[in-house]
Design a protein around this ligand. Structure first.
Ligand SMILES: Cc1cc2nc3c(=O)[nH]c(=O)nc-3n(C[C@H](O)[C@H](O)[C@H](O)COP(=O)(O)OP(=O)(O)OC[C@H]3O[C@@H](n4cnc5c(N)ncnc54)[C@H](O)[C@@H]3O)c2cc1C
Length: 412
């Protein structure tokens, strides 16, 4: 190649570089620079909230997700459980509202997603657990939940493969069940986009603009957006967002793991979600086999989501003890994700007192998929100046500083 050719090649390369640079700047400029509300986090909570706000014509809504796809945080790792059998009023009511929406999702959003109401069964073998669950059962009944108490013989009708010789009682609610978090997320996303919500992936919030402790905008890796309202839906990453404005939001990331088995020919079609309260094992039908999960309460907070083989062994040991026929089962898949855990295992929904214009919807402590519809709806009530349809005043962020906490004890 002679000198002239070389300089031409170089010139062309420089030209291509500037065209690409201009194009990427253009891409960035396509993001709104003004919004009425910016939602940080494209998991099920952020996307459901975007939909409900847009449905109420809140104005220009922009959702920002740092990863390459929506749901890439905890939402895509969730086991799909949906249940209203909790120990606190707020959680029961949030689930009852959400279950109605999951069951009528097409009417709600225009898009299909399947909610299988196979029921949730809590197996109880210890007297202290029976006392606790009977109290919750009374509360659930008083709120209108169709929950039942089952004797060991009745358990076999729903879950014949479960060993029941040490089980004294079970609670069962037919309205509970399982759904695919990705399907519901996709439905909310499509419905939100249809209503004009702008969704930007690979867009990370790196800081805030404030004036006199009031939000005026967000800074991202793709530029700034001016806005008077920021809704923090960053789940396990919430603490990092809090730090950007100097507040301590009490959400810790904690690793949780699941395993699925290969095909099993002995699972009956009505098999519900079964929770062995003593060991912490939970299991439900998944594809042609079972999903198995167990929350190791000794895991320390961190962002580590590598698979711990000891953890897997522990799940399998518990599963074999409760369902001996799993002896021949093969592991099909396993994964780990993050619970977004608060000190009282209940969500944080409300205004950040230290910074005006910042609203948190986070810290669902492992129940964010099932509570997403209710969380989006009550938040929209508050932000549009209406009385929230569920009293969620006990979920306010400052409860920890004020020492007014009621723990959710039925956590798996
Ligand atoms: C193994 C496992 C099993 C589970 N099983 C169930 C279950 O059966 N039922 C149930 O209800 N729940 C379950 N959960 C919990 C459930 O997954 C979560 O509660 C729920 O997904 C929380 O949704 P979210 O939208 O708040 O969080 P996420 O889905 O984590 O979304 C938060 C998003 O914020 C983004 N983000 C963070 N920081 C920034 C930033 N600075 N800028 C832009 N974006 C940012 C993240 O990338 C992430 O995508 C389970 C969780 C795990 C790990």
């Amino acid at each position: 190649m002679n000198e002239l050719d070389l300089s031409e090649v170089l010139y062309t390369l420089v030209k291509i570089y500037f065209i690409l640079l201009r194009e990427s700047e253009y891409e960035d400029r396509k993001m709104r620079i003004n919004a009425d509300a910016v939602i940080i986090g494209g998991g099920i909570i952020g996307v459901a909230t975007a939909f409900y706000l847009a449905r109420e014509k809140y104005g220009n809504i922009v959702l920002l997700e740092k990863e390459t796809f929506l749901g890439s945080g905890s939402t895509s790792k969730a086991a799909g459980g949906i249940r209203a059998q909790f120990a606190t009023r707020t959680n029961i009511q949030m689930s009852m509202l959400s279950e109605k929406i999951f069951a009528n999702f097409k009417e709600e959003t225009g898009f299909d997603a399947l909610y299988t109401q196979c029921g949730y069964m809590f197996l109880l073998s210890e007297d202290k657990d029976i006392d606790e669950f009977k109290k919750s059962y009374q509360l659930q009944k008083s709120l209108g939940l169709p929950v039942e108490l089952l004797k060991p013989d009745d358990i076999k009708k729903y879950a014949p493969i479960v060993r029941t010789d040490d089980i004294k009682l079970a609670t069962f609610c037919r309205d509970d069940g399982i759904g695919d978090p990705s399907e519901f997320l996709a439905g909310y996303e499509k419905a939100a986009r249809k209503l004009g919500v702008e969704i930007n992936i690979e867009t990370e919030v790196t800081g805030f603009n404030t004036r006199e402790d009031k939000i005026t905008g967000v800074k991202t890796n793709k530029g700034e957006i001016k806005c008077p309202l920021v809704i923090n839906c960053t789940g396990a990453w919430t603490k990092l967002i809090g730090r950007m404005v100097g507040v301590n939001v009490r959400v810790e990331p904690v690793r949780r793991q699941c395993v699925t088995t290969g095909e099993l020919d002995f699972i009956n079609p009505e098999f519900p979600m079964v929770v062995d309260v003593k060991s912490g094992l939970y299991t439900h039908r998944e594809s042609k086999g079972l999903l198995l999960g167990w929350a190791d309460k000794n895991v320390k907070p961190s962002f580590d989501i590598s698979i711990d083989p000891d953890y897997t062994d522990n799940i399998l040991e518990r599963a074999l003890d409760r369902i001996p026929r799993l002896e021949t089962a093969e592991i099909a898949n396993q994964w780990a994700g993050l619970y977004e855990t608060t000190p009282d295992h209940r969500a944080i929904i409300g205004w950040e007192k230290a910074v005006a214009g910042l609203f948190h919807i986070t810290g669902f402590s492992g129940h964010g998929f099932m509570h997403a519809p209710a969380a989006g709806l009550v938040t929209t009530d508050i932000l549009t100046g209406r009385e929230p349809r569920i009293d969620i005043s006990d979920l306010e962020p400052q409860r920890f500083a004020e020492g007014v906490v009621t723990e959710e004890t039925n956590v798996i």
